[in-house]
Design a protein around this ligand. Structure first.
Ligand SMILES: Cc1ncc(COP(=O)(O)O)c(C=O)c1O
Length: 392
């Protein structure tokens, strides 16, 4: 049986090779240090778990079909959180939409807007659904390179006018996965708003890491720029902020007309998020945010320990201001190697799994991403293994 052409057009799943090697290592009972996937290792904060348990036990009405666009209480909590966190006003009625995780929303956003052959501007490297969503929708992704020398911000002036005129939608993501880049101030977002207005492009800003910032850096919302809401929407996730990756809960906010087709498409495909999970999301947004502070402190500690250790053994990795990753070029000795080959060699020789940069796009191939998602004690172990590996 032949699958649909659009599935054939997807790039090869590059983490597949790493996963096979990882499984091989596990089956040989080798001690794997898994820094590959951005899968938070810490549990969801107890007050959120308790809210879910209580709802499940004591409120059986929540066991019925949920309201597809999100229950009013959830949408109101999102709007209030946005006001408090970013000072952005949102109408919970039509400017907030619940998502089965932000990945779902991003993929469906592409389907809601792109006809076969339509053009989307997609950063390279990027979180894979930003380009795979375009391909699955039958669209064409135009790469906007994120280069180290530009602080991993796209150079909008390099986008040919004809391309900009054809583009319908554009993805952005700061704090950025995989590069960990952040916007220093609102200058770049302002340029984006001007560019998007000029060419009538919908801006989809993915703000999944807005709460995972270090050293007094506070990530802004794209919607803080005057006029941004005329052309854009912003995606958020509970996965990283509240360690709820398995719960599948996210949301998108912004221009109500832009959200309408997404809401329509979703209403034909899914029933939205289980009500009990939405209520747990309300507990997350309205409860104490100390759990987020603790999480940030934990990632910062891991980051410092790992970065300093790597630098000591001669791998000069940058210290990120946000996200839960390190993004670094390959060690000097391995600079000639494609990132997938390096990642394969690394897991075979050291038992350390990392994400090869090529998995995020061709412009990522000189890099690897290491997720800070293993127990604090494991980073010391990782350094010892890497020291031996780099010496050989
Ligand atoms: C930039 C970015 N956006 C979205 C997601 C997906 O989040 P969710 O779990 O809400 O689907 C991720 C997950 O790694 C991500 O890195």
């Amino acid at each position: 049986m032949q699958s649909a052409d659009k599935l054939m057009k997807l790039p090869p799943y590059l983490f597949g090779a790493i996963n096979v090697l990882k499984q091989n290592a596990y089956s040989k009972k080798l001690d794997v240090i898994d820094l590959g996937m951005g899968n938070p290792d810490l549990p969801t904060p107890p007050h959120i778990v308790e809210r879910l348990c209580d709802t499940l036990k004591n409120h059986p009405r929540t066991h019925r079909y949920p309201q597809a666009k999100g229950m009013p209480k959830f949408r109101k909590s999102v709007a209030e959180w946005y006001k408090k966190r970013f000072d952005v006003d949102l109408n919970p009625e039509n400017e907030v939409l619940a998502l089965v995780g932000s990945k779902e929303g991003i993929a469906h956003m592409c389907m809601a807007y792109l006809n076969p052959g339509d053009l989307a501007l997609v950063p390279n490297p990027a979180y894979p659904v930003h380009f795979n969503g375009v391909i699955l929708a039958g669209g064409e992704a135009y790469d906007i390179p994120l280069l180290e020398k530009n602080g991993y911000l796209p150079d909008l002036t390099k986008i040919p006018q004809k391309v900009a005129q054809r583009a319908k939608i554009m993805f952005l993501n700061y704090p950025n996965n995989p590069t960990t880049a952040v916007v220093k101030d609102m200058t770049f977002f302002k340029e984006v708003v001007e560019f998007a207005r000029k060419y009538e492009i919908i801006v989809c800003h993915d703000n999944a890491y807005s709460e995972l910032c270090f050293d007094d850096y506070v990530a802004p919302s794209f919607l803080q720029v005057p006029g941004a809401k005329d052309i854009g929407v912003e995606f958020h996730s509970f996965s990283k902020t509240y360690n709820m990756a398995g719960w599948r809960l996210g949301f998108v906010v912004g221009n109500s007309d832009i959200l309408k087709p997404l809401e329509k498409l979703k209403s034909y495909l899914d029933y939205g998020v289980f009500t009990a999970i939405q209520l747990a999301g309300v507990a997350a947004l309205t409860g104490s945010q100390d759990c987020v502070k603790e999480l940030v402190t934990c990632y910062a500690k891991r980051r410092d320990k790992f970065v300093e250790g790597l630098r000591k053994i001669g791998w000069n990795v940058p210290k990120p201001q946000a996200t839960m990753y390190l993004w670094t070029s390959l060690p000097d000795k391995f600079k000639h190697m494609p990132s997938l080959q390096f990642a394969e060699l690394l897991i075979q020789k050291t038992g350390i799994a990392v994400a090869p940069g090529i998995g995020f796009g061709t412009y990522g191939d000189a890099y690897v991403r290491m997720a800070l998602v293993t127990h604090d004690n494991r980073f010391h172990d990782a350094i010892l293994r890497l020291k031996k590996f780099l010496k050989k």
